[in-house]
Design a protein around this ligand. Structure first.
Ligand code: NAD
Length: 286
């Protein structure tokens, strides 16, 4: 029987979420995506108008189908959490049921269950500020959007993930090595996400027989990465210094995610898997 995947964090065809959706679709999975509410209109209209058709082509020549796009804001767990100014915001008021709990409920009502949960989202309002200049508010916002969002998604989706299912998130080596420029508490948020991957692997494994892993991905020119401001430098650095001297493609990360979600990875859980052309293994630049 085909598997069903929910991928949180797809709002265009440039990021890791899109590439993971494609790799899962190529492997025969049904694709549901969660799209950040403020980006929903443009994503859906671009999809409808065929703007992504070239990027939807799968290896067999068919086009990836997205069965349903769910509006999602992963910093809110339920309607009681949503402050008045957000409720009144035009972009938010135009959609409904976009808190994590409501999205999980809607997916349950629509499809009953899923097999694969992907978290491919992050946000750090002060990412361009050094950690020493980061405010408490900015730091906590980075952790809320980039780390707790995963705990919340998993907590609400776990009851509808079929036993034997799997979940994967995306992390970055700035969690464990100094990457100047990845600021605002984003390095801290990735460290939390990786630690949580281990603890959640234990809890979800024991309780639901679900595997939890995270992919530490190399640099990709996504929308989020461009906002940080140093992505071209990081790509050049990787090509110059990594064991494999080539630009990393989003597809390579997508393929690794599809592997981790598949029975081929049935004994892998609680792991940080590097998909970075080997850059993490270097001790010095060369
Ligand atoms: P991206 O812009 O494609 O994805 C980030 C997504 O997060 C966007 O679609 C955005 O709309 C969404 N988002 C932000 N706040 C949200 C919220 N509150 N609720 C729901 N969605 C929200 O960029 P990407 O680089 O592909 O990022 C995907 C993941 O990959 C992130 O976790 C990122 O940290 C990680 N990553 C990226 C790189 C890189 O170089 N691009 C490297 C390592 C890890």
């Amino acid at each position: 029987k085909g598997k069903r995947a929910f991928i949180a964090g797809v709002a265009d065809d440039n990021g890791y979420g899109w590439a993971i959706a494609k790799a899962l679709a190529a492997a025969g999975a049904e694709i549901l995506v969660g799209t950040w509410v403020p980006a929903l209109n443009i994503f859906e209209s671009s999809l409808r108008r065929g703007k992504f058709d070239e990027s939807r082509v799968l290896p067999d020549g068919s086009l990836m189908e997205i069965t349903k796009v769910y509006p999602l804001d992963a910093v809110f767990d339920n309607p009681q959490d949503v402050p008045e100014d957000i409720k009144a915001n035009k972009r938010y008021a135009g959609s409904s049921n976009w808190t994590v709990q409501e999205v999980a409920e809607t997916v349950k009502n629509d499809f009953g269950s899923i097999d694969i949960l992907v978290h491919s989202l992050a946000n750090g309002p002060e990412v361009t500020k050094p950690l020493l200049e980061t405010s408490r508010k900015g730091y906590l916002a980075a952790l809320s959007a980039s780390s707790y969002s995963y705990i919340s998604l998993l907590k609400h989706f776990l009851p509808i993930i079929n036993p034997g299912g799997s979940s994967v998130s995306l992390t970055y080596i700035a969690s464990e090595r100094i990457i100047p420029g990845y600021g605002g508490g984003m390095s801290s948020a990735k460290a939390a996400l990786e630690s949580d991957t281990r603890v959640l692997a234990f809890e979800a494994g024991r309780k639901h027989r679900v595997r939890i892993n995270t992919i530490s991905a190399g640099p990709l020119r996504s929308r989020a990465a461009k906002a940080i401001g140093f992505i071209d430098m990081m790509i050049d650095y990787s090509i110059a210094n990594a064991p494999l001297q080539k630009e990393l493609s989003a597809e390579e990360v997508g393929n690794a995610a599809a592997f981790l979600a598949s029975p081929l990875a049935s004994a892998i859980t609680g792991a940080v898997i590097y998909v970075d052309n080997g850059l993490h293994a270097m001790g010095v630049g060369v």
